[in-house]
Design a protein around this ligand. Structure first.
Ligand code: FAD
Length: 413
């Protein structure tokens, strides 16, 4: 069995792993990323938030993305549009309260993730594709990672620190019994890519469209256009809200047909691809770090798809871990709870307040309120654009309290 030693092992080459690997490589560390799959591979989570762009720039990954954006049909995105029972509402991210980028992309994640990790690789990160992490031993000061390749050849890598960016596989939470149920119920999602053939001139391809089901506030559909005439479409709801006797394709097409705006928009759409289903994705953990490990992105807490916060949170976790891990690896004082867990959780908790309010229907009343004060709207736009860590925004600093007051105000009018 082979054996070697590096500074940091990262499990998973998704957005969290790729961003963390680039940041640590830029700081001069020897980083090995272990990735089970061969890239490009399909992944769900295609609508980015503008806050991502600052994390990508910080990691030195943004210009590589801009260079391939046209070729890979990345769709320019500047906001979010919402539709419910004849009411529409739009949030323009360029008019947001927080400083930072107001524009981003909607991306086919296979290509996007591939570009990120390839760029990190070209900068010096070692990436072992088609290698699976089988075991992690964090009991010694220096963790031991056992991996296997597709021929079942095993190897052990010793490192000074391990970052789990394994997404929904949640390697370390499972191995170390760190898993904790999410505060959100189990929801299901059915999704696919279509040739959208949208001809409606009013349709804005530069925004994600979120449509609320006409009779069930907690069922919603996304439409995420790409630049090549295709789009991602999906529906989210609880298991009991989906007819059990229909197959995946029938379920999704049934829900598209029951919302008039989508039915009209997509009346010429072609459905060449399989419809996939994912269930029970919301998850939490008891702790996000230990003496020689930390959990990034979905391997930590995952909330819900509704405000497209997943990739932003994944990249924020990478951005927060890099400087404190740098201090740790240099033997300096490194408080992972104060400098990584608490700040990361603060932004996640802000998103959580908005996601909870969405499913209660409260935040939908705010979104569809037609006379919104422009200053308030810019603060809400900021959060929808991913700036959930900007505590200068009162809706970030006191999310629940401010939201509750706003909901009352919108309902009184
Ligand atoms: P991932 O992207 O999942 O990457 C994890 C990697 O780890 C994978 O490549 C996997 O192959 C690898 N891996 C797993 N196990 C092993 C192992 N044993 N050994 C080696 N490698 C391993 N987010 C958004 O920002 N916008 C959206 O529009 C959006 N829509 C969503 C819709 C749905 C229905 C769902 C469920 C989620 C959505 N998300 C969205 C969330 C988004 O998909 C995730 O938050 C994001 O992909 C997390 O990135 P990550 O790097 O943590 O994990």
């Amino acid at each position: 069995m082979k054996y070697r030693k590096v500074d940091v092992v990262i499990i998973g080459a998704g957005p969290a792993g790729a961003t963390a690997s680039a940041l640590l490589n830029n700081l001069g560390y020897q980083v090995t990323v272990i990735e089970k799959q061969r890239f490009p591979r399909f992944s769900i989570g295609e609508s980015l938030l503008p806050q991502c762009m600052s994390f990508l720039a910080e990691a030195g990954l943004l210009s590589a993305l801009d260079d391939v954006a046209d070729e890979l049909a990345f769709q320019y995105k500047n906001g979010a549009a919402f539709y419910k029972n004849g009411l529409t509402s739009e949030f323009d991210f360029r008019k947001k309260f927080s400083p930072g980028p107001g524009e981003t992309y909607q991306v086919k994640r296979g290509d996007f993730d591939h570009t990120l990790i390839q760029t990190a690789q070209q900068a010096g990160v070692e990436v072992l594709f088609e290698h699976q992490v089988e075991d992690v031993d964090v009991s010694a000061q220096e963790p031991l990672i056992t991996i296997s390749d597709k021929h079942q050849n095993r190897e052990t890598i010793q490192c000074r620190f391990v970052l789990d960016a394994s997404g929904f596989a949640r390697i370390l939470p499972r191995l170390l019994e760190l898993e904790k149920p999410s505060s959100f119920p189990i929801r299901h999602s059915y999704f696919t890519h279509i040739e959208d053939n949208i001809r409606c001139e009013q349709f804005d391809r530069n925004k994600i469209l979120i449509t609320v089901h006409p009779s069930s506030d907690d069922i919603w559909l996304w439409l995420i256009p790409f630049a090549d005439g295709t789009a991602s479409i999906g529906v989210v709801g609880k298991a009991e809200q989906f007819p059990a006797d229909l197959n995946n394709r029938e379920v999704l097409q049934h829900f598209v047909a029951t919302v008039p705006n989508l039915q009209t928009l997509l009346d010429k759409a072609e459905w060449p691809n399989d419809v996939n289903r994912i269930a029970g994705y919301s998850a939490d953990v008891k702790q996000l770090s230990g003496s020689n490990f930390a959990l990034l992105g979905n391997a930590g807490e995952f909330l819900d798809p509704v405000f497209s916060s997943g990739v932003t949170i994944a990249m924020c976790s990478a951005s927060l871990i890099a400087p404190v891990l740098d201090d740790y690896l240099q033997g300096k004082d490194a408080d992972f709870v104060e400098r990584f867990e608490k700040p990361l959780r603060q932004g996640v908790d802000c998103f959580k307040a908005f996601v909870s309010a969405w499913y209660r229907g409260d935040f939908q009343d705010v979104i569809f309120y037609q006379q919104q004060d422009p200053q308030v709207k810019s603060m809400i736009s900021s959060i929808l654009a991913g700036y959930a860590w900007d505590t200068n925004n009162p809706y970030v600093a006191h999310s629940e309290r401010r939201l509750n007051v706003l909901v009352e105000l919108c309902r009184e009018q």
